[in-house]
Ligand binder design. Structure first.
Ligand code: NAD
Ligand code: ZN
Length: 241
């Protein structure tokens, strides 16, 4: 691990602008299950069967029960050394730092990062299916089914479900930050959930000087094109760098 750390620190030191992409893996050591791991199951449902607009249309009660379970679980989780490392990096780099997270757990904010794009939304926010109402809601348990205070229609979690498109501005800002940085660090993402999975590829082909680091105990499509692939758990690797 020592050699990886030396190389990792050397790349950080020589970069002016740093962009970071995180996925479910960074929160795994905090106790938040990834969707694809075995503990990602809930009452024998796979996440891909519940995190969809179709599932919500068919059975909003069931989807809210699942979110209630996830909110309860996440509320007990604390940021781990990998989240804390990114807070330190933001302090060092200031405006030259941007964190793009696919996670909806809010742990980066809880750790103290401010320059974040939550590209898949946030489990602690609700939005109306009918009007523009959107707000934070930290109730545990949340009332099932929550109703919109403005139009009385149903509220849903403010997260991006499988098959839904991302916010246009978030997407543009994220792609630009990936292409225009000197160092792109990817942590804990399987590299299969689009469109974020393609960002490192777009960045590499548009910026020949860009360096790419991937931290993930499991090899994935992003590790294949990384300048430095670090095959460790992110909390373990980043705890004393
Ligand atoms: P994923 O579940 O598809 O993949 C997780 C990746 O993390 C895997 O490649 C795995 O090898 C890696 N990993 C596991 N433990 C790790 C560790 N300790 N350190 C580093 N890497 C580790 O997750 P995904 O690609 O992010 O896609 C699923 C989508 O579902 C996410 O984009 C997100 O929107 C949502 N999701 C969010 C959370 C959360 O907010 N914490 C959790 C699960 C799913
Ligand atoms: Zn409404």
């Amino acid at each position: 691990m020592k050699n990886y750390k030396e190389e990792f620190l050397r790349l950080i030191k020589s970069a002016n602008k740093i962009t970071v992409i995180t996925g479910a893996g960074i929160s795994a050591e905090s106790g938040v299950p990834t969707f694809r791991g075995e503990d990602g199951l809930w009452k024998n449902y796979r996440a891909e069967e519940l995190a969809t607009p179709y599932a919500f249309q068919k059975n909003p009660q069931l989807v809210w029960e699942w979110y209630n379970w996830r909110r309860e679980l996440i509320s007990k989780c604390e940021p781990n050394p990998a989240h804390k490392f990114l807070v330190k990096l933001e302090k060092e780099k200031g405006d030259n730092f941007l964190l793009i997270t696919q996670n909806v757990d809010g742990l980066h904010r809880k750790a103290g990062n401010k320059r974040i794009i939550e590209i898949h939304g946030c489990i602690w926010r609700v939005k109306c299916v009918n009007c523009a109402y959107k707000d934070y809601n930290y109730d545990i348990p949340i009332k099932i089914l929550p109703k919109c205070p403005e139009c009385d229609d149903v509220l849903r979690p403010d997260v991006v479900w499988f098959g839904e498109s991302l916010d246009y501005n978030d997407l543009q800002k994220s792609i630009e930050a990936c292409i225009k940085c000197d160092l792109l660090i990817v942590i804990g993402t399987s590299g299969v959930v689009q469109p974020v999975a393609s960002f490192p590829f777009q960045a590499k082909s548009n910026n020949k000087n860009l360096k790419l680091i991937d931290i993930n105990p499991v090899k994935n499509p992003i590790s294949e094109i990384a300048d430095l692939y670090i095959p460790y758990k992110s909390g373990e690797f980043l705890k004393d760098v």
